[in-house]
Write a protein that binds this ligand. Structure first.
Ligand SMILES: [Fe+2]
Length: 188
């Protein structure tokens, strides 16, 4: 009798094995895949030695992406994103499903919805801390991530896309003028 036990991601290769299993064990339903990938990613967020020193380096000019793994057939990609204090993404959406887990620091996420007249209206916000995992499933996945703290933030992102081919997980970056000012915010 063969007993297979899923690893608990004590290093990057174990995490990749777990993610690969999660992506391929579902029937192709993206919601199922999101759940399975969330469960596979969560234990790795508590593994202090997961990333090499060079994979933790930020860039003073903008948040930085370190591609950690791309599945040979392109089924998924694993990336570490490093935000220095104050750095943020543009408002954007994604080419594929996406699972995000905070590894260090805190990340402030604001979600938006697109109105019929092409305005972005804030649809909620939350702060995620180490160990927190969330999933995004297009369409309706417009958001911005911002490191509002005074320490570096690092998160792990799993995309259902081949980043070695498409280069970026972002489908569209939305210009700021499309954003509807929130109550009390000066408009121009
Ligand atoms: Fe995103």
């Amino acid at each position: 009798m063969t007993i297979t036990t899923q690893s608990k991601a004590q290093d990057l290769s174990a995490l990749v094995t777990d993610l690969d299993h999660a992506v391929r064990s579902t029937t192709g339903n993206d919601l199922e895949t999101l759940d399975a990938v969330c469960e596979a990613l969560r234990p790795a967020l508590a593994c202090s030695g997961l990333l090499l020193p060079e994979q933790r380096i930020g860039d003073p000019s903008a948040y930085r992406s370190h591609v950690l793994h791309v599945a040979p057939d392109g089924a998924f990609s694993l990336v570490a994103l490093v935000w220095l204090p104050g750095q943020a993404t543009a408002i954007h959406d994604h080419l594929s499903w996406c699972v995000v887990g905070v590894y260090e620091g805190a990340e402030h996420e604001t979600r938006y919805r697109l109105t019929p007249d092409d305005r972005l209206v804030e649809a909620g916000s939350a702060i995620a801390f180490p160990g927190d995992v969330s999933g995004l499933l297009p369409p309706g996945d417009i958001h911005r991530v911002h490191n509002t703290s005074d320490t570096t933030a690092i998160s792990l992102h799993v995309y259902g896309a081949d980043l070695s081919v498409v280069g970026s997980s972002i489908r569209r970056a939305y210009p700021e003028w499309m954003r509807q000012p929130v109550l009390g915010e000066a408009s121009n």
